[in-house]
Design a protein around this ligand. Structure first.
Ligand code: TMP
Ligand code: ZN
Length: 404
């Protein structure tokens, strides 16, 4: 049993997914050696943090070849424009306002803050996306955020009114150091807010595809409240976000500056009712994941046996866990369509399915498409209306396998 990274107590295993490749480790060729690690999902009954048992070195995931570009989805662009608006509003009338974003990616959010002339800095260790952010007018520091770099940033830019991050806090193994950094960089009346895939949604929908190398932590209100408390900070609000298949935004402040919103208590009670504070709450998770995988595999095999061709839609990081755990390879999916230029004409990690440009899908009239980017379902179904009107069908799998 591994120790919890937050409180050092013993963790309990919830589910072992076996050997998995790097979720964004797309390959130039479908042959040659590939890195695999043991993907094991564990839970700490002491501080309630769900996490990975083993992690991969950050440099192996977040480097100049990082394939995840935030701005590929219209819905995400809109989501982050709204986040920026809230920051711009809280900056109004304040001289000396500073917004810091951890993991600013291509500048999807900070570009608006920059355009409003507000002092800001994005922290981004992946040099290729940092470059895109700079092109979007964003000031970027290319580094990993921790206590040390936080002190350097405070020295160079001053202390922050807002520190924020989306889909980044769950990536950072040494989260204790991040929280120390937040404490050092934040003004006394400043606020940290961050959002990540929500453990409540993962457990409720059995959406196990959130579990992959980059996601070290699976936050809940319960675990974030504990984590904040350990660093002398306080969880003051929680707001559910309808992105990435169910995310939660947590607001954390230094002192008791703001009253705790009643939503926090409501979410914490819901989480306890779901069993997120005890190992028994996770008992059915594996069973339910295995059932979805078996259903999915047998549905796809049945269609293949009927001579139907099947494509995939969206070579997401999440799909690496689904495809590898359910063993869905190129003998089932002819290819996966994706609009991310750096993924096109490469091969998916582990299963080596070819990734093809969107044009392929548009001209193909493939009868069935596995919607791997299920978290963008609404946007994609709207975009692919003609495909469905022509008889094409999408297969989805959370919370159960369905064809529509
Ligand atoms: P994400 O689920 O991690 O945001 O990744 C979405 C992936 O799906 C990304 O590789 C881009 C791809 N994608 C498409 O190919 N077409 C689309 O319309 C959308 C929304 C995403
Ligand atoms: Zn713990």
């Amino acid at each position: 049993m591994a120790d919890c990274r937050i409180c050092k107590s013993k963790t309990v295993r919830v589910m072992d997914f076996g050997k998995m490749p790097i979720a964004n480790g797309f390959l130039e060729k479908p042959t040659g050696s590939e890195f695999f690690f043991d993907l094991v999902f564990v839970f700490c009954p002491t501080c309630f943090m769900a996490q990975l048992e083993n992690t991969v070195k950050p440099e192996m995931m977040f480097n100049e070849h990082y394939h995840f570009i935030s701005s590929t989805s219209k819905a995400m662009q809109e989501h982050f424009r709204k986040t920026a608006e809230a920051i711009i509003e809280s900056a109004s009338g304040k001289n000396d306002f500073l917004a810091v974003e951890l993991g600013c990616n291509d500048g999807i959010m900070l570009r608006h803050v920059a355009a409003a002339g507000i002092k800001h800095v994005g922290i981004e260790p992946s040099s290729n996306v940092a470059q895109l952010a700079r092109r979007n007018g964003v000031t970027v520091e290319e580094c990993f955020f921790n206590r040390q770099t936080a002190l350097e940033i405070a020295q160079k830019y001053g202390k922050a009114d807002v520190i924020c991050g989306a889909n980044v806090m769950c990536h950072i193994e040494d989260i204790n150091s991040v929280f120390e950094g937040v404490d050092a960089l934040l003004k006394d009346d400043g606020a940290l807010f961050f959002e990540d895939p929500y453990l409540g949604d993962i457990v409720r929908k059995s959406s196990f595809d959130q579990i992959y190398d980059e996601h070290v932590y699976y936050y809940s209100g319960l675990s974030v409240a504990e984590l904040a408390k350990r660093h002398g900070l306080k969880l003051v609000d929680m707001q559910a976000q309808n992105v990435h298949g169910g995310s939660m935004r947590y607001y954390i402040e230094k002192g008791a500056a703001r009253a705790v919103n009643t939503r926090v208590e409501k979410y914490l009670s819901e989480e306890k009712a779901l069993g997120l504070d005890r190992i028994e709450g996770y008992a059915r998770f594996k069973e339910s994941v295995d059932r979805i995988c078996q259903d999915l595999k047998s549905t796809l095999m049945r269609l293949k046996a009927e001579g139907k061709r099947i494509a995939g839609y969206g070579a997401t990081s999440k799909s690496t866990t689904v495809l590898n755990y359910a063993q869905i390879g190129p003998e089932i999916l002819d290819y996966i369509s994706d609009i991310t230029p750096t993924k096109i004409d490469k091969f998916t990690p582990g299963m080596h399915i070819p990734v093809k440009a969107y044009g392929n899908f548009l001209n193909d009239n493939v009868p069935y498409t596995l919607l791997l980017a299920w978290n963008h379902k609404e946007e994609i179904l709207k975009k692919e209306d003609a495909y469905r009107k022509n008889g094409g069908k999408f297969i989805t799998y959370f919370p159960k396998v369905s064809i529509e």
